[in-house]
Write a new protein. Structure first.
Length: 98
């Protein structure tokens, strides 16, 4: 049975590390290469961010919970109301009746 190499000996007399292999195009993992992004899944949908004061978001979460909805549903409801207020068709009409 051989002794395990000492950590201190490795620090004092470090062994040269082998040169790394050149990356090969064929070694790309298929899961990473084929993973679709959200934009590719539905090109008709634009993703955006909204910045809300914390108390406003908490109140929206409360409303969503009590009405068995998601906060996103409340956002869409508000956007629909704003579109109609300014004389534009609502979300369902703009989507084509979906």
């Amino acid at each position: 049975m051989s002794k395990r190499p000492s950590l201190i000996a490795g620090l004092i007399n470090p062994q040269p590390e082998p040169a790394p292999e050149a990356p090969s195009v064929a070694r790309v993992e298929p899961a990473l290469a084929e993973k679709p992004t959200a934009q590719k899944l539905n090109p008709d949908v634009i993703r955006t961010s909204i910045y809300l004061p914390r108390p406003v978001y908490r109140r929206l979460k409360e409303i969503a919970l009590t009405t068995d909805q998601k906060v996103h549903d409340l956002f869409m409801e508000g956007i629909d109301a704003a579109l109609r207020k300014y004389g534009h068709p609502g979300i369902s009409e703009l989507r084509g009746g979906k």
